[in-house]
Ligand binder design. Structure first.
Ligand SMILES: *Cc1c(COP(=O)(O)O)cnc(C)c1O
Length: 408
């Protein structure tokens, strides 16, 4: 038997079934027209943002990283809850604008920005977080050609990383951002060329659950931003401090202690270096805001046994929920939080593996898990599906098509 990850708080049961947003999972499936289906709870997202804001210093702005979940109705909700969007492509720019986000509250990071993407960003007045010297020069040339002063910030490749983070985005040779030592020279160059100077972006990693590590990184980010600002010699309008707040996916994971992170940040804000006194300060979060609010529902179409092991075969799989199959940035496959949604309150009585409908051994949603006995027709819930689910999975693979999505 292999343990399942922890089911996020906030889900209850109705009539023995998993309840999401006060209604049974099967009702949402019926309303959506079938499975597979992602259900995102607006109420859980609202609560998450409110709890986060209560824990953080008032001065801290909260931005949403659109890549975590770009579903249009969810973006419209996020626009009303956060202070800005961080995007990473022209497609995300279009989604952000369609959701009604003010272009002045959008920043565009990401390596490999094409000229046409830069042009769209400049035309709309979106801030470009520059990832290289070459990109800076292209942005300035495009601004000149359009007769628009581009809004430019520099993404820094910090010399430190976020300890314990699932995905490291700083500390050493990286394709992201500009090495610390080159930042002051480049910033002075874009300011001298007449760009609107928007400041610095320092993102050191993702999916961290250790509050001490997050607090330490935030301290390092503030110190680095102050030092670079001194070297640049111009006031720093905005500092995107990165994020990296993780959520528990696996057995034994403990939630991030945001009270501790907030207290440590408040202490740092109370004695900010003079260089940062007039700076707006933001964090950018994706999965922490929306990950636990999403559930992927898929229906069991077959129950079979092989060499004494039970397999529950579903109509979904890794083409919608790649991360739960263990094939999205994990080294060792471990079980996500998964349950039989239609028997949510039943006691586990057997060991079974839940697999998807794809013809590949990679397509496993739960491996040798302790579950209530389930049959064809039962609904399976994969939790922590609100981020890096539908849009981060290869939905064209094997031709089953995309999953349905709904915000409730
Ligand atoms: C992916 C990414 C994020 C969001 O990461 P989460 O782990 O979902 O919070 C934020 N900022 C940048 C620059 C990113 O690349």
């Amino acid at each position: 038997m292999k343990p399942l990850g922890p089911i996020p708080l906030g889900f209850g049961a109705l009539g023995g079934e998993l309840a999401i947003g006060g209604r049974r999972a099967s009702e949402w499936v019926e309303q959506a027209g079938g499975t597979p289906l992602f259900v995102y709870s607006a109420e859980m997202i609202r609560r998450r943002v409110a709890d986060l804001r209560a824990a953080m210093p008032d001065r801290l702005l909260v931005h949403y990283a659109v890549k975590a979940n770009p579903y249009a109705p969810l973006l419209e909700l996020m626009r009303t809850l956060v202070d800005g969007f961080d995007i990473a492509s022209q497609g995300e720019l279009e989604l952000a604008l369609a959701a009604g986000q003010d272009p002045a509250a959008i920043s565009f990071a990401g390596p490999g920005k094409r000229d046409d993407e830069i042009e769209q960003a400049v035309r709309h007045g979106v801030t470009l977080n520059l990832e290289s010297t070459g990109e800076a020069r292209r942005a300035l040339a495009i601004g000149d050609r359009l007769g628009i002063a581009p809004r430019l910030a520099v993404r820094v490749n910090p010399s430190f990383e976020l300890r314990g983070s699932g995905m490291k985005m700083g500390g050493g040779a990286r394709p992201f951002g500009i090495d610390e030592a080159q930042v002051p020279g480049l910033a002075r160059e874009v300011i001298a060329a007449g760009a609107v100077w928007r400041g610095l972006h320092i993102f050191a990693g993702s999916q961290a659950l250790g509050a001490e590590a997050v607090a330490e990184t935030q301290g390092n980010v503030l110190d680095l931003a102050a030092r670079l600002t001194r070297e640049i010699g111009a006031p720093l309008p905005h500092l995107n401090m990165g994020g990296g707040f993780g959520i528990p996916y696996f057995h034994g994971d403990e939630p991030l202690d945001i009270a501790l992170v907030g207290a440590r940040l408040a202490a740092r804000f109370a004695e900010l270096p003079a260089e940062l006194e007039g700076t707006t300060l933001a964090i950018e979060l994706g999965r922490y805001l929306v990950g636990e609010a999403g559930v992927y529902l898929t229906r069991i179409v077959d129950r079979k046994e092989s060499h004494g092991q039970v397999f529950l075969v579903t109509d979904g799989g890794l083409h919608h929920q790649l991360a739960a199959s263990g094939n999205f940035g994990t080294v060792v496959r471990r079980n996500y939080p998964v349950a039989i949604a239609s028997r949510f309150r039943a006691e586990p009585t057997e060991e079974a593996s839940i697999v998807g409908c794809l013809c590949t051994p990679l397509d496993r949603l739960a491996d040798i898990a302790h579950l209530p006995r389930a049959e064809a027709g039962d609904l399976v819930a994969v939790f922590c599906a609100g981020a890096y689910g539908a849009s981060a999975s290869p939905s064209a693979f094997l031709g089953h098509g995309p999953a349905r999505e709904m915000l409730v």
